[in-house]
Design a protein around this ligand. Sequence first.
Ligand code: BES
Ligand code: MN
Ligand code: ZN
Length: 491
Amino acid sequence: MAGASTPSSYSTTSPVKATASVLVLGAADSTVLGLEGAKAARTALNDAAEAIGFTGSTGTTARVPAPKGVAAESVMLVGLGDFDAASEDVAATHEALRRAAGAALRALDGVETIALALPTATAAEVEAVTVGAGLGAYRFLDYRSEGKTPGELTVIGPKGKSFKAAHDSGAVIAAATNRARDLVNTPPLDLYPESYAEIVRTQAKTRKLKVTVLGEKELQAGGYGGIIGVGQGSTRGPRLVKVEYAPKGAKRHLSFVGKGITFDSGGISLKPAKSMEDMKSDMAGSAAVIQALFGIADLGLPVRVTAWLPLAENMPGSSAQRPSDVLTMRSGKRVEVTNTDAEGRLVLADALSDADSDKPDLLIDVATLTGAQIVALGERTSGVMGAETAREEVVSSATAAGESMWAMPIPEEMLAGFDSTAADLTNSGPRSGGMLAAAAFLREFVGEDTNWAHIDIAGPSFNSSSPFGYTPKAATGAAVRTLIQIAKAAG
Ligand code: BES
Ligand code: MN
Ligand code: ZN
């Protein structure tokens, strides 16, 4: 896998003096922003915008020749909509900046040098612009004969140490998200439990992090019935990967668990072809948690983080588990598998048991768990369930990071839907409220007092519609920014 991030640096030069192939400027309400000191250039660009009918509505872009007094070769205008720098809703301001930066970089294929001068007055705004640009610059080219990424990026903003630091932190956050996208976009022929564990080992090594990989024998011996059961239908066996970041002096301990089904065929309860098309993305939860951990380590945040990645390929081979098999889980609970396509909760349950026994201060699992998530909340909003404190912390961090997440309940009647005639519970519960039901199942494997939240990213992790803002088609890197934000806020 190639590194997917465009190099990004910070500069305090005046936008008109920036030497670049393209200078990107924001526009709102038919006015070009950020050229306060350069009246002639500003008038010329406002006239150009008017001449081509560019109003600056959200996400639109236009390339125009550089007017006199602008050092760059050309100018790209990007719409900021009804942007109000003085708005009290800072989260909305940051997201508008991220999206504008992203839309600009998405439209700048093969451009050598880009100077980005969107209106920024605070360090957090500089970080937002940098994140949006880094995400918009993402291209997945590993399996293409042709294709170009945008070249070098310079973010222009105010003078001061905190601004430069904010840029650098934004670049780390974008890179982490882009690495998660790479993992999700990689075809399952090349990304399977063993190869995935190797990639994690390599990436952890450069960061001097502790990695433990359990192979099939160890999983058998340790009684990880859920991970073994799901993985046994594939010739490519399952793994459980644990990565630890434990900086000196850290007080808070965060544990992240991510669903890592490298391909979900459904198993013997086989999916129809259409539903299988995007199922290479069924490891997006694991990609989010591991790349968030790496990002947190790269930022040097003073929190302890442990990531757990249960990895398996859900295939219908002749040794596959059958509907009606009973698994003895890591926790000792027995689960009757009534539907082999409800595999995510089986691998998560085992990893949650282990993560829970460390008694972390906050336990979060991230998973492409249910189609019901998409029915309930659509393709862009993740569902967050679990203990109230944990849930609220996740949702507020998501808002700050610019990710759409919404708190959902685990109604008391859900669990009865998992009653089994043969074991402690089945793995497929009631159809109605399927996302909530899956959360009720997971809760059975987490201690009653654990500060636990479950994030269902089935829709948001993979964009099968048109690209927008900083979000491309296919893998999005959902939840990475939220998890990093939690660590930042907790620091
Ligand atoms: N990986 C799927 C969920 C999914 C569906 C993710 C669509 C992304 C897009 C999961 O393993 C699954 O198959 N869930 C079943 C559960 C059911 C059998 C109880 C589902 O949602 O239909
Ligand atoms: Mn499934
Ligand atoms: Zn799945």
